[in-house]
Each structure stands twice: as C-alpha cells, then as structure tokens.
Design a protein around this ligand. Structure first.
Ligand code: GLA
Ligand code: ZN
Length: 674
C-alpha cells in the first residue's frame, strides 16, 4: 500500500442510491479511501433458498469503484437470512439453559450446523466468483466479530467428536477429567453433554468440572474457527491473491485468538475502549492483536469516530481523541485507520452509534471536520512507516487457556482477573516507554530479554522447558502466585507448587492465603539485598499470599503481617545465565513500577523515549529508518525534551538532541530519526 488506508464499514443498503452519491462526495472530502461493505447483506443477496440477487451490491461496488475507493469485501455471513431460520430451524443457536433461540440478533447461527456452514461457504463462493477480479478489492472480511456459544444437539455431538479426537478412548477422557470425583465417570461418549447451565455450570463461569468447561471453550473456539475456515477455503481457492481476515476484539473471552491468528492472512481488530480506559490498556490490546499475527502490521478495522451505542454511558470522544487513538493504533503496528461506520443508521440499535456522516448528513459537524483533518494528515504521511514492525526487548505472556482455567477455578479467590493481572505488567513496562510485545506460549523467546508471565496457572507440554532454556541463556522471567499449578488437563501438580516451575523458581509454595477485597498484607524490602535500592521500603500487597519455602532462590522481600510475617514474599532465583523473579503476592503498582525500572535497567533495556507521565512512546522500524511515536494522553499540555536528531512527519519540524517541544492535550509527534 502506498499510504495508511483510511475508511471503514459502510452499509449503504439502508439508503437510496441518491444518498450513496452524496456519501461518495463527503467521504472523498474526508480523505476516505477504503470501505468495508456487505457485512450484513446475506438477506439481500440470497432472498430465498434458490435465489441470489447481486444487483444492489453490483451498484454499490460500481459507485464505490467510480469514486476511486478500495474495497474490503465482507462475506455477509454474521446474520443468516430469516427464511433460513424459518425453513431450517437447526441453523439457530440454543442457549445455555437449553432454550432454543429464534431469528434475530447476529452471530446467532449454530457454528456446527452443516447447513449454515455450507450455505455460508456457498455465498463466499458466489462473491468470489463475481467480484474476485475487481482490481480495487484488497481484502476479504469473513463474517463479523465471531462470538458466542451454542448448546444444541448438533454442537453436543460435535463436542463428543472433538473429545474423541483429543482423548481417543473414554478411559483416557475419564482419567484426564478426573471423573471419579462426584461420580462423574462416563461409560460412553454419548453420556457426555455440553457443560452449560443444565449441567456443570452456573452463574458467570462457575463450573463443577472445570476441565470439561475449559475443553468446551476450546471446542467452541475451534468450532467458530471452522466456520471461518470453511469460507476462507473457498476464497483462497478462487482468489488466492486476496488476503482473508475477520475482525477480532482484543482480550475477548470466547475465542482463542492466538490460535485463530495462525489461520488469518492478516490480523484485523475492532477497538472500542470504554471512556476512562487507561491508554496503556488500549495499547495492550493492540499489542495482543499484533502478537496474534506474529508481529506483522495489522488493520485497525473498526473504531467509533465519536460515540458507541452499547455502553451504559456513551460519552463523546473529546476533540482530538479520535485522532490520538488513531495514531495510537498506528504507533502499535496498524497500517489502517478504519471506523464503524460511514453513515449513521436511521433505525434499530445502532441509530445512535457514531459515524463519519451524521443523521444530519453533511460536512458541517465536529466529527466530520475531525475525520477530514485526519484524512488530510494521513495523505501527507504517505507510506512512510507503513509495513514496518515494532521490535521489543520485553514481552508479557497472554494465554487463553490460562485465562479460562484461572477464571473457571473454584478457589483461591473470586477476584482473579487474568487480563488485568497481565495488564499490570504490561502497564508498568509501557509507562516506562519500553516497547512490549504480548505473546502466546508458542512465540519464540530468542529476541526478548525479559518475559513477564503472571498467573502461569496451567503449564502446557514443553512450556516449562522453553522457559528454562530462555532463562539459561540469560533471559529474565517474572512470574507470580497461582503459577505452575496444573497441566493442560487442569490436573493439579503433585510435585509441590509451582510444579514444573519449582526448580526454575527455586522455591516451594506450601499454601496460599486469599485476601478478601480491601484486606492487605505488606511486602517488606527493608533489609538485605534491596536495602539501598529504589525498592526498599514497605509496600502494600493484596489478592493472594503464597507461603513460600526457598529452595535456592534468594528472599528479596518478606511478608509484614499475619502468621506468615517474616516469610518470603518476593524471591529471585539465579538460573543459568538468567534469573527468575517470583511474586508470592500482588504488590501495589508503585512498587511494580519501580521493580520494572530496576530490572530493565539491570539488563540494559532502554525506553524508546524518556518516560514522562501520560506520554506514550513506541517505535516502528522500517529497514534503516526508525519512527518514534510520541502521544500525549495526559489531561494537560506538556513539554517533552527530544533526545535525538529527528524530523516530525506531521509538521516537518526538525529537532536536535535537547530541543524542547510543547505537546498539547491529545498532541502527537511522529519522529523520523536521523
Ligand atoms: C462491532 C461490530 C459493528 C458494530 C460496532 C458498534 O464492532 O463489528 O458491526 O456493531 O460493534 O460499536
Ligand atoms: Zn449448535
């Protein structure tokens, strides 16, 4: 691409053709050059079982192409047509309580329904045959935000087949699932049901057989991925030159996006932070999504230009915030800025969702002006940094199995929030302007100096050895309480916690105390090794307290309170050329901030730009060129000191080391080094 693509979802089926022409005028004015179309058009394209009608889509494509825009063509399969639900009710999902769903909503198709799969693949085929040769077609967008579960009989049968493939014999499944517990022994595959609310689960993610619930989530993610693959296969066969994607959603519970990412030609994702979300939390989602695609540039497929409609309070994005968050996406590796959506609907649930073109429908709105201003800037930036990647010395680990397993666990605490636990480490690193990747357990570790892997509850085959090899070579691993507890079948270690990590961490955890909300312990770092370091002092700690016996590790801090006062709370183990840090409890953020600064300093990790409150910095690297993005997320104007020779791509201003630059609220610099 010769520039950052700028555009987003466009649903002109809701409007008469005169409106499309006006849309093209307005979108052209705003610098829009890519439209995602056909996202919800199955009903229009296949009005009955044996009838296909592409006339409206033909006309839409003609209009868009005549306006010189590129097309991201959706297959439209996120909502099956009403006739299909009436004629073949098996395409409808069943809820966890066993109730059969009716037509309505979206993502309401049973993922294992052969009829849904074959009809969606057939629609993809027809689209590829008809539009595959368009020279402005740049990507396929399958379905839309895959999500949800189905508890129907077809899915139940498919779950059994999935389990048979995995465990081979019912005895192996009984063993892996520990089914002697509560007399759950299965005699036959047909005894096994989906662990919904009629079976093992109740409330939000509580389960009496967690491995069954984990396996169901793995299966469900695979089932939806199979729907994606059924369509992708057809598209790849007919249009091998057009890349295929679907839009993902960051830390989204239902789907193991790291597994999905391997099957997508490129990652695309939808960024809808709630008001007040810390900028580093948005950044973590970008990094997670980038990591699902091996670090390659991704598409920011959707964001709202102004408001959403589905949050409790749909605050406006303040002036400048849409621009700031757009650059943040670029700063983290996106090669597009795209919105949902181009024109506001008149009816139904998204009528109050923000759009580039408002109900009032002209260019005289704040949102339109901001969109157009950004469009002009993106034109000026050309392809300067597009296609480039980030290079990070630090990584945090995110693993869906660990999310599912630690959240479904009954005990030790209901306050376990895996993404937030990972975020604490991401946050501390990112606020130091250290480039951080968010990686899965399959990602090679060679390029990293430090890996933060909190709540490594479930240790999957080979992962402990991989960590050991990383640390032996000199890597630093930071891990926490509730790690090394179970294998991939959620069977708890009998080797003493943290199980397979015990020798690596150089300690044994005998018991774990859970602290109710607001109850604290203290992390005391006033003696010994840390006496003179910035970590010295007494710090608040909460959530869990492991009672630790060191087995080679050094005690860096001990507990201040309770019957385990004076016992190790934070330990460091030298292992090979590297070291492992083990937090037995969750320290307050000021401690973690300092801790990150100390260990990054020790292993020579440099920030990409001097850290400063509210100022985010990242670096994209393209050949010899380095682009440093500096973003002001703070509530006030501030001044940054530029540490290197560079030119700001947005203003063409040159800077030399030591130059001061004032950054307004939501201000952005894109500094080309050299
Ligand atoms: C999602 C969907 C869009 C739209 C937006 C609204 O991201 O993909 O179709 O519903 O949410 O925020
Ligand atoms: Zn189903």
């Amino acid at each position: 691409m010769n520039k950052i693509l700028y555009g987003g979802d466009y649903n002109p089926e809701q409007w008469p053709p005169e409106t499309w022409r006006e849309d093209m005028r307005l979108l052209g004015m705003a610098g829009i050059d890519i439209l995602t179309i056909n996202v919800f058009s199955w009903a229009a394209l296949q009005p009955s079982e044996n009838e296909y009608n592409f006339s409206v889509l033909d006309a839409i494509i003609e209009t868009i192409s005549a306006a010189g825009m590129k097309i991201c063509l959706a297959t439209g399969t996120a909502t099956h047509p009403a006739w299909m639900a009436r004629k073949y009710p098996e395409v409808l999902r069943v809820n966890s309580d066993g109730s059969k769903r009716k037509f309505g909503g979206r993502q309401n198709s049973c993922p294992n329904s052969p009829r849904y799969r074959s009809y969606s693949a057939l629609l993809a085929r027809k689209l590829a045959e008809r539009y595959g040769k368009l020279d402005n077609l740049i990507a396929w967008h399958i379905s839309n935000e895959y999500s949800g579960y189905c508890y129907c009989e077809t899915c139940e049968k498919a779950f059994r087949t999935w389990l048979m493939r995995k465990y081979q014999t019912i005895e192996a499944l009984n063993e892996a699932w520990n089914t002697h517990f509560w007399g759950h022994t299965y005699y036959d595959w047909d005894d096994i049901v989906i662990p919904g609310h009629l079976s093992e689960e109740w409330g939000g993610n509580r389960s009496t057989c967690q491995i069954q619930s984990i396996d169901f989530r793995r299966f469900n993610s695979d089932s939806l991925l199979d729907c994606y693959l059924a369509e992708a296969k057809v598209l790849k066969e007919l249009t091998p030159h057009i890349p295929v994607t679907t839009n993902m959603m960051g830390t989204f519970w239902d789907l193991d996006y790291q597994k999905w990412g391997k099957k997508l030609d490129f990652i695309s994702w939808d960024n809808y932070p709630s008001p007040g979300t810390p900028y580093t939390r948005i950044a973590m989602n970008h990094a997670l999504m980038r990591g699902c695609g091996d670090g390659k540039p991704f598409f920011l497929m959707e964001q709202t230009p102004s408001v959403t409609n589905w949050q409790p309070y749909n605050s406006l994005k303040r002036p400048g915030v849409m621009r700031l968050w757009s650059y943040q996406a670029l700063a983290h590796g996106s090669d597009t800025v795209m919105f949902f959506q181009m024109r506001r609907s008149r009816g139904c649930c998204e009528k109050f969702h923000g759009a580039v073109i408002d109900h009032y429908g002209n260019e005289n709105t704040r949102v339109f002006r901001e969109t157009a201003a950004l469009g002009a800037e993106l034109k000026k930036l050309g392809d300067s940094f597009s296609g480039s990647r980030l290079e990070s010395p630090a990584a945090v680990l995110f693993d869906w199995d660990n999310w599912w397993a630690s959240s479904l666990s009954a005990g030790p605490t209901v306050n376990m929030n895996y993404p937030e636990e990972v975020f604490r480490f991401y946050d501390a690193l990112a606020r130091h302007n250290i480039s951080v990747d968010v990686i899965g357990i399959d990602t090679p570790l060679d390029t990293y100096k430090i890996l933060c892997a909190p709540i490594l509850y479930m240790i999957k085959p080979g992962f402990a050895d991989k960590l050991k090899a990383f640390v032996e070579r000199g890597g630093i691993v930071v891990t926490t309480y509730f790690s090394g507890m179970a294998n991939e079948h959620d069977a708890v270690t009998l080797e003493g916690y943290p199980g397979e990590l015990r020798s690596l961490c150089g300690l044994w955890v005998e018991e774990t105390d859970a602290l109710p909300t607001d109850q604290l312990n203290r992390l005391v770092c006033s003696t010994g090794l840390l006496a003179d370091s910035p970590l010295a002092g007494t710090w608040k700690t909460d959530l869990l307290c492991d009672i630790i016996h060191t087995e080679g590790a050094q005690t860096i801090a001990h507990y201040g309170d309770d019957f385990y006062a004076g016992t190790p709370a934070l330990c460091r183990n030298h292992y090979g050329k590297g070291q492992v840090w083990y937090f037995g409890s969750r320290p307050e953020m000021p401690f973690l901030d300092r801790f990150i600064a100390v260990i990054c300093g020790e292993c020579g990790i440099e920030p990409v730009f001097p850290p400063q409150h509210g100022i985010e910095a990242t670096r994209r690297i393209k050949g010899e060129k380095e682009y440093i993005f500096v973003l002001n997320h703070d509530k006030t104007e501030t001044t940054v000191v530029i540490p290197f020779d560079c030119r700001d791509l947005l203003t063409d201003k040159q800077f030399a080391p030591g130059d001061c630059c004032s950054l307004p609220v939501t201000g952005v610099l894109i500094l080309e080094k050299g």
